[in-house]
Design a protein around this ligand. Structure first.
Ligand code: ZN
Length: 210
């Protein structure tokens, strides 16, 4: 069953050379970049909850990694930027899948077992995501306005893998250049927005926590 169409508009946080700051409704999981959401009397646009403290998204762990990525980018170190952006994207994918499983009623031991046994990023995107969302990742991204994102992400993962593993398929990649570092930064900024949209569609809209 597909989730119902959104009843709200996602407000994006400002991207000013740092990780964006979103606030999360603990009742339904809705994420908003609207600073008014910090005021606990401002009702959640999704579930109407008031008087509950909102949590910050992304996590401090992701924010620290984001900060380091941006400093490597300033130094022009494209290789480390690509490698770390891929790590960060995999971390936030894991987070969104965990939230989706939670929205489906999966308890913590079950969610841990699934994430531990499904470590391949291809399986997480190609099998786990559609099982939870009821549609392909590519389809969901396109509907939310990010049609090219999955393809760009895949291309960059392949470049990273070839660089790190000297993949025998297609030959080893000697270097990841500065241009790829810039592309990775664009992908990173898009990823935050896309993951917030996916969250608001498949987590906040997908169920109402009791
Ligand atoms: Zn809410």
């Amino acid at each position: 069953m597909k989730p119902k169409p959104p009843t709200h508009i996602t407000v994006f946080a400002k991207a000013d050379g740092a990780a964006p700051t979103y606030w999360e409704c603990p009742s339904c999981g809705f994420l908003s970049g609207d600073a008014r959401f910090l005021d606990t009397e401002h009702p959640c646009p999704e579930c109407g909850a008031v008087g509950v403290e909102r949590r910050r998204f992304p996590s401090d762990r992701v924010r620290r990694l984001d900060e380091r990525i941006r400093s490597y980018q300033k130094q022009g170190d494209g290789e480390i930027v690509v490698i770390l952006v891929m790590t960060l994207l995999e971390t936030i994918l894991e987070d969104i899948l965990d939230r989706m499983m939670d929205a489906h009623g999966g308890d913590l031991p079950l969610r841990r077992m699934i994430m531990d046994s499904q470590r391949s990023i291809g399986v997480r995107i190609g099998k786990l995501f559609p099982a939870l969302a009821g549609e392909e990742f590519e389809e969901a991204a396109a509907e939310l306005g990010y049609r090219d994102f999955p393809k760009h992400w895949r291309t960059m993962r392949e470049a990273r893998n070839a660089f790190i593993h000297d993949s025998p398929f297609g030959g080893p990649r000697e270097r990841l250049d500065a241009r790829m570092g810039e592309d990775a930064m664009v992908l990173l900024d898009q990823a935050y927005r896309l993951f917030v949209l996916l969250n608001n569609r498949f987590v906040a809209d997908g169920h109402t926590r009791s």
